[in-house]
Write a protein that binds this ligand. Structure first.
Ligand SMILES: Cc1ncc(C[n+]2csc(CCOP(=O)(O)OP(=O)(O)O)c2C)c(N)n1
Ligand SMILES: [Mg+2]
Length: 369
């Protein structure tokens, strides 16, 4: 077992060896972190204005998300817990699809069948989220094992929260992956809380990384607010999986700065002082200080980038607000090659109510009976 892995201390000073990245790659990590924070800000405002239904933020987790996704190759797979949408954008999920999914409009690749804020993108090997805690862990392990059996040179990165370590999926997933030497990396984003259950109450183990030992794989605890440490440890784990060395557990210690979701009030179960102490370890400020010290950006860069990114997001929001909803009949499509009679009857009754209430639009059309 190792202590907390860190490359940048909380002031952004190098205390370890920086990964071997180009100047552009260093700056790109910052841009991706700003994208996540800006998206959170915009989406929360839309939710408070009643324009989208639900938001789960990643504010505070930016270094963990960006640093863990960056060492993956385009052909690799990323399996999500509840907060990796912004990381998926860095791997190819188009911004317009992200926003369309928040609106569940006709550009939503989930066709409005997911709760909003549950992303997926086929083009970048990003399977759909499941809110059912821990289920993606076994799915990801099975897919990793299948990749190995097919002789594909592909790594699966499987993300989940501290709360998910108590799920059946965690234990069966890590056990099978260890036995099968599946080419995957388990990324536990320990953000301090599982809704109102603190990370400390979730386990009697000293560290979540200790759990790796039981499944015969290495486990490491990383400062999750230090994007360079996350990148470096993740790169080691990805390379090990790619070389046939089997899985690892990478635990990223970070903090969820806002509520569990837009439906939550965290002041009911945690102290302001704790939140404040984590605000002092802000992952963006820390990394910005490092980049300034290296001469890669100047002190106006963050504000300029944020302004440009917010303008880009706003343009996409305007486009997606104008996009029509899916036709109501899509509710009963895509399961059977031909919609069966009992569903047609139900749909026609539903349509009658929708028309009466003014919720049906042109094109929703009744099925012929
Ligand atoms: C099987 C299951 N049990 C309970 C829930 C309710 N639930 C939703 S999110 C959550 C906490 C998840 O915490 P964590 O794994 O730490 O992820 P985080 O929200 O912190 O990213 C719970 C208990 C659920 N969705 N699925
Ligand atoms: Mg958590």
């Amino acid at each position: 077992m190792t202590g907390l892995q860190q490359i940048l201390n909380k002031e952004g000073v190098l205390v370890g060896e920086a990964p071997d990245l180009s100047d552009e790659q260093f700056v790109e990590l910052l841009r991706n972190m700003i994208m996540i924070r800006s998206l959170d800000g915009r989406m929360l405002k839309l939710q408070r204005a009643g324009r989208v239904g639900f938001v789960g933020t990643a504010t505070g987790l930016e270094a963990s998300l960006v640093g863990a996704a960056a060492p993956l190759l385009p052909k690799d797979w990323m399996w999500s817990g509840l907060r990796e949408g912004g990381a998926a954008i860095t791997r190819g999920l188009p911004l317009f699809e992200y926003v369309a999914q928040m609106y569940c409009n006709s550009n939503d690749s989930a066709k409005g069948r997911q709760m909003c804020n549950h992303f997926q993108h086929k083009g970048s090997n990003y399977p759909s989220w499941s809110s059912v805690i821990g289920t993606q862990i076994t799915h990801g392990v099975g897919a990793a094992y299948a990749s190995a059996r097919r002789g594909e040179d592909v790594v699966h990165s499987i993300h989940f929260g501290d709360g998910a370590t108590s799920s059946n999926g965690f234990h069966s997933g890590l056990n099978l992956a260890g036995v099968w030497k599946a080419p995957c990396v388990f990324v536990c984003i320990d953000n301090g809380w599982a809704i109102s259950v603190s990370s400390a109450e979730q386990t009697a183990a000293e560290s979540y990384a200790d759990k790796a030992q039981a499944y015969g794989m290495p486990g490491v605890t990383v400062d999750g607010n230090d994007v360079l440490a996350v990148y470096a440890e993740m790169q080691t784990a990805v390379e090990r999986a790619r070389a046939g060395g089997g899985p690892s557990l990478v635990v990223l210690k970070t903090y969820r700065m806002l509520g569990h979701s837009s439906s939550d009030d965290p002041s009911k179960y945690r102290d302001d002082a704790e939140v404040q102490s984590w605000a002092e370890r802000d992952p963006l400020k820390r990394y910005e200080a490092f980049l300034i010290e290296r001469g890669l950006i100047d002190s106006s860069e963050c504000a300029a980038q944020e302004k440009a990114i917010v303008a880009e997001i706003d343009e996409v929001i305007h486009e997606q607000e104008a996009a029509p909803p899916f036709p109501l009949r899509s509710l009963v499509e895509d399961v059977y090659s031909e919609v069966p009679r009992h569903l047609r009857v139900q749909f026609n009754q539903f349509l009658e109510v929708a028309e009466r209430r003014g919720d049906a639009t042109r094109g929703d059309g009744a099925f012929p009976l």
